[in-house]
Design a protein around this ligand. Structure first.
Ligand code: WT7
Length: 641
């Protein structure tokens, strides 16, 4: 496949950027020409950031699965769309050609239709990283059902909240999932999430671990049985077909929940056409993808990175996407390098937390692995520190491979600020330059633009791009207040950012009450709410602190008044409570019991002070005179763990 919109030189980058600035409509009109439409759009863009309202490719009709599958069948039908590497290296790899993917996705579409799923219905997907997860996602998209994938690490309570918010009527899950030496009982978690739920009608269960599970009559259905039945319907005389539903450009494609500063996760909504164009455009340009290359994105499809750079971007580009079921450190810390060697991976896209963790295991695990197939390395999810960058560059890329440091968010749908591999220069620890169509601006607290170079401020974006968030599901006002109200006429990212002397951007981290733990976004309020559920906890305050591997660790200050239990016993109980309410990813790394929290006279917790203490910067606490009780601070410092 050729990509006429692929930028190949530095000069072309500057030209594309300029065009996207001068005439964004013409620019995106040209890019969108490279996709399959049932009906072309009447207007490229209609927008205002006050409501906000963003309409890309107005009046256009299409189905994203025809772009991800059908259009490649004639030329790439027998080429691999997916390569699946199991958790256990002794189990066999599965290679899924475009023809096979087409058949499976048609089957899923038929199966869902048979079970009553219609366009616009919400389908929650809670599965491990098996190819069937990709079939499920694309099967929904084929019939216009809105998928909402939930990461396998979330608890029953988190799933229950998300099901309720999305008013989901259908679930696709697995009996269990393998992750390293653990088995996650997915179906059993779903059963717990469904206690008291009256909205979910049907649950489809794919067999992965063969763990015993309960199957409820008329509610639970086996994937294998339903797919077998569907196969007979979609395949006639060896020809497979299932008509792709014609979707409006702005019909919702999926909901993906993510944390914000409040206690309640937000359902970020992306729509069909804009998301497709943006995920594909960014995939092809940032990674400089060439047809036939093997792209290995190590994320889970439960996060936006997996949506955009395992499923939609690579497949829409007719690429080969490697899906890995397991974790980087099992059976040992050489697992990624072994996969690169075994499958001759061209592009490796992973997170700084993984790099730092593998760095800690030493070079023995890299030794003897042939990494010469690698051409491009990528980083995503959090700022990459210089040390990790250098290690990655030297030991994995052997100083041959450019590293793309890709800054973006669930809400942006695809990569926003990044170098383009080998085309625009990389700079350690810098995301560098915006993609064409992205116009970052830095503002101060009062919303005044900070111009010039060698400056820092809050990162905003000033013009819509095709992949921008459209709404938060069921609550448009929330979308407005969260992203478009802080600074008028700007999309506010929640990130702090520096612009260096050459105009390169360096993202420094969140400026709101959101933590980034191992590249996963967690709201401090959510963790506090969960801790406060524990009997005996009176109040808590959660902040982030610098963690060698996770990037940020979770530090919890807890006022505890239960007398029946020793505090040593209470710590694990609190961890258990957080696991139950949110999931293991939100467990605090440190819990300090305190008798009071630093509060202003109006009762607001001063997190700035708690952050300083958690970072060990006791000498640099700053002004405490506005506190209700400044002594609290002394006491907390004495009790630091
Ligand atoms: C937040 C978004 C979208 C990727 C997965 C995370 C941080 C992301 C970078 C980077 C510095 C980064 C930001 C952002 N972040 N990539 N290359 N350099 N920070 O998605 O859960 O929506 O989190 O991750 O703070 O706001 P997410």
């Amino acid at each position: 496949m050729t990509y006429p919109y692929q930028i190949k030189t530095l000069q072309q980058y500057h030209e594309a950027f300029k065009q996207s600035e001068e005439n964004p409509e013409m620019f995106w009109d040209n890019v969108a020409e490279n996709f399959v439409w049932h009906k072309k759009w009447d207007k490229v863009l209609d927008w205002n950031f006050t409501e906000p309202k963003v309409v890309w490719f107005k009046g256009g009709k299409l189905n994203i699965t025809e772009n991800c599958i059908d259009r490649h069948l004639a030329t790439r039908g027998d080429e691999p769309a997916l390569i699946w590497e199991p958790n256990n290296p002794n189990e066999e790899t599965r290679v899924v050609t475009y023809n096979r993917l087409h058949k499976r996705v048609c089957q899923v579409a038929q199966m869902l239709t048979n079970l009553g799923v219609k366009k616009g219905d919400r389908v929650c997907i809670y599965m491990g990283m098996v190819p069937e997860l990709t079939y499920a996602v694309l099967g929904c998209a084929r019939i216009g059902a809105i998928h909402s994938v939930i990461f396998g690490g979330f608890s029953a309570q988190s799933i229950a909240d998300r099901l309720e918010d999305a008013k989901a009527e259908y679930i696709i899950t697995c009996d269990g999932a393998y992750r390293g030496n653990k088995e996650i009982p997915l179906k059993s978690v779903i059963d717990d999430a469904l206690l008291g739920n009256k909205v979910v009608k049907k649950v489809i269960v794919y067999t992965r671990t063969s763990t015993p599970i309960s199957m409820i009559k008329d509610r639970d259905f086996w994937w294998e049985d339903e797919m077998e039945h569907a196969e007979k319907q979609v395949e006639k005389n060896g020809v497979v077909s299932f008509p792709a539903v014609s979707m409006d450009a702005e019909d919702p494609l999926f909901i993906l929940y993510t944390s914000g500063s409040t206690g309640k996760p937000k359902g970020v909504v992306h729509t069909v056409a804009g998301y497709m164009v943006w995920s594909t455009y960014t995939f092809v340009n940032v990674f400089q993808y060439k047809t036939g290359q093997i792209h290995f994105c190590t994320a889970d499809i439960g996060w936006i990175t997996g949506h955009s750079y395992i499923v939609y971007g690579p497949l829409s580009a007719g690429g080969t996407s490697l899906m890995f079921e397991g974790i980087p450190t099992w059976p040992d810390a050489g697992r990624f390098w072994e996969i690169v060697d075994k499958h001759k991976v061209d592009i490796l896209y992973t997170a700084p937390t993984a790099i730092r963790s593998l760095m800690g295991f030493g070079l023995d695990y890299v030794k003897g692995k042939d990494l010469s197939s690698l051409k491009v390395l990528g980083s995503v999810g959090e700022p990459i520190n210089e040390e990790a960058w250098q290690w990655y560059y030297k030991n994995i890329g052997k100083e041959r491979c450019p590293i793309v440091d890709t800054w973006w968010q669930t809400e942006t749908g695809g990569i926003m600020i990044s170098n383009l591999a080998g085309v625009t220069p990389h700079k350690p620890a810098h995301a560098t330059l915006p993609l064409p169509g992205i116009h970052p601006i830095l503002v101060d607290e009062n919303g005044n633009e900070i111009t010039g170079n060698s400056v820092s401020g809050n990162l905003c974006i000033k013009h819509p791009w095709p992949g921008i968030i459209r709404t938060t599901y069921g609550d448009h006002e929330r979308c407005r207040t969260n992203y478009f109200a802080t600074y008028p006429n700007l999309y506010f990212t929640g990130d702090g950012c520096m612009r260096d002397e050459d105009g390169n951007y360096r993202i420094t981290g969140r400026v709101d009450d959101v933590l980034n733990v191992s590249g996963h976004r967690i709201g401090t309020a959510e963790v506090e709410n969960a801790i406060n559920m524990h009997s005996g906890v009176v109040e808590s305050a959660v902040v982030g602190y610098t963690h060698d591997i996770k990037g940020q660790g979770i530090y919890a200050y807890v006022i505890y008044e239960g007398s029946h239990h020793e505090q040593n016993l209470t710590r694990p109980d609190i961890l258990q409570t957080v696991s139950r309410i949110i999931g293991p990813i939100a467990k605090p790394d440190k819990i300090q019991f305190v008798t009071g929290l630093p509060k202003t006279r109006s009762g607001k917790i001063m997190r700035r002070i708690l952050r300083k203490i958690a970072e060990g910067e006791m000498g640099n606490i700053g002004d405490t005179s506005t506190l209700l009780d400044p002594n609290v601070v002394e006491e907390i410092i004495k009790g630091v763990i």
